[in-house]
Design a protein around this ligand. Structure first.
Ligand SMILES: [Fe+2]
Ligand SMILES: [Fe+2]
Length: 199
């Protein structure tokens, strides 16, 4: 299997674990208790500074190649770059909401839950579409030289949260939480019906 797709799938599994952690905190909020805002904040900071910067651009490059090799299959994937732009917007909107709620700003509870749910649902659906439609099409369509070109075009730095030996002091606490809570999630589980607070 292409190394690129293998890494993208690994990213998805890691992200799914982080989304589960966020969902747990939102359920706590929904139940009227105080969630661990700091944890949610650091997850979103990580998402903005690693997957958003290195995962999505790789996928965009893969889709570019697929358009050349198999335009019909590429069409079935749809407007990936627009989905990535929307995801970036939803992530930042949610991060701002968390930031404001931490500063004790009065926010309607229902609105906050909606903002979180929209982010979680969109992110999960997006990944599921990629696992089911995009990655298999790319594996069928791209050639060895395409994969080489993609890896050369965009080199990825170490993952500051998950890579062994990476400088993850900043994410130490989050790393521990993920290890404690997050079990590896396979992509079939990502389409599960979300909990009440995630709808
Ligand atoms: Fe994506
Ligand atoms: Fe993805």
């Amino acid at each position: 299997m292409s190394d690129v797709i293998w890494k993208l799938r690994e990213d998805h599994k890691k992200l799914a674990r982080l989304l589960d952690l966020i969902a747990r905190e939102i359920r706590i909020f929904d139940a009227g208790e105080r969630p661990d805002y700091e944890l949610v904040e650091i997850i979103l900071e990580y998402v903005i500074n690693y997957p958003d910067l290195f995962h999505h651009p790789w996928e965009d490059l893969v889709l570019e190649k697929l358009r050349l090799r198999d335009p019909h299959a590429a069409e079935s994937v749809g407007a990936l770059d627009q989905e990535h732009a929307k995801l970036a917007h939803l992530t930042r909107r949610f991060a701002t909401a968390v930031h404001n709620v931490m500063r004790d700003e009065e926010l309607p509870r229902e609105w906050f839950v909606d903002v979180a749910s929209e982010y979680l649902t969109y992110q999960r659906r997006h990944m599921q579409m990629e696992e089911v439609i995009f990655f298999p099409a790319a594996l069928r369509g791209l050639r060895a030289e395409d994969w080489d070109e993609i890896t050369q075009a965009l080199k990825r730095p170490q993952d500051p949260l998950f890579d062994e030996g990476a400088a993850k002091a900043k994410y130490d606490r989050l790393h521990q939480e993920v290890m404690k809570w997050g079990k590896p999630v396979d992509h079939h589980a990502m389409g599960e019906t979300p909990a009440k607070s995630e709808r």
